[in-house]
Design a protein around this ligand. Structure first.
Ligand code: GAR
Length: 189
């Protein structure tokens, strides 16, 4: 199997990156993590790239060459697929158009509920009875592209933000790899 050269975008802890790197070691997993792009110099997640000898670059959204640096590196590493794994920056429409249906994102809620930030606090405030995660295609509208996979859990009366985060991430580590397997089972590009 020829693995798709994939770039993972991160901004923070990188536990989904760690999980995807580990899953991608499996011969039957359809992607190879060929590049990590990070917009935060302090992000712990970059250590997983270093440790596993995955090339990585930092980008600074405040700099003029931000977009060009991303495009240059995607081209340089022949990237054909992109996963946003806790990347807290909006992707440009230009990049979305260049990678139509080839960019996916993981979001810590059952979309279309709770798009955007601070999902857990809003879920508690709204007295939701279930939480979950969604892996979806990225389009021009925030957290609105079509869903690939969702996983759910029950919210208990005394769950707080930390517990919701833990429950969500446990599901994310299953949902993200499953979504990737589903995509490449159904499409070839
Ligand atoms: C994940 O829980 C992901 O769903 C969320 O950031 C976390 C990153 O964790 N993404 C968003 O909120 C995107 N709007 P990680 O850095 O440990 O993978």
């Amino acid at each position: 199997m020829v693995k798709k050269k994939t770039c993972i975008f991160i901004s923070g802890k990188g536990s989904n990156l760690r999980n995807l790197i580990s899953r991608s070691r499996d011969n039957n997993f359809p992607i190879k993590i060929s590049l990590v792009i990070c917009n935060n110099m302090e992000a712990y997640g970059v250590n997983y790239a270093k440790k596993n000898k995955v090339p990585y670059i930092f980008v600074d959204a405040k700099k003029k060459n931000y977009e060009n640096k991303i495009l240059f590196n995607l081209k340089k590493h022949k990237i054909s697929f992109i996963c946003l794994a806790g990347y807290m920056k909006i992707i440009s429409n230009n990049l979305i158009r260049l990678y139509q249906k080839k960019i996916i994102n993981i979001h810590p809620s059952l979309l279309p509920k709770f798009k955007g930030l601070n999902t857990f606090a809003r879920m508690l405030k709204n007295k939701e009875i279930q939480g979950g995660c969604t892996v979806h295609y990225v389009n021009e509208k925030l957290d609105s592209g079509s869903t690939i996979i969702q996983k759910k859990f029950i919210i208990n009366a005394n769950d707080d933000v930390n517990i919701l985060k833990k429950k969500t991430q446990k599901l994310e580590y299953k949902a993200f790899p499953e979504a990737i397997i589903n995509i490449f089972r159904n499409f070839s590009f």
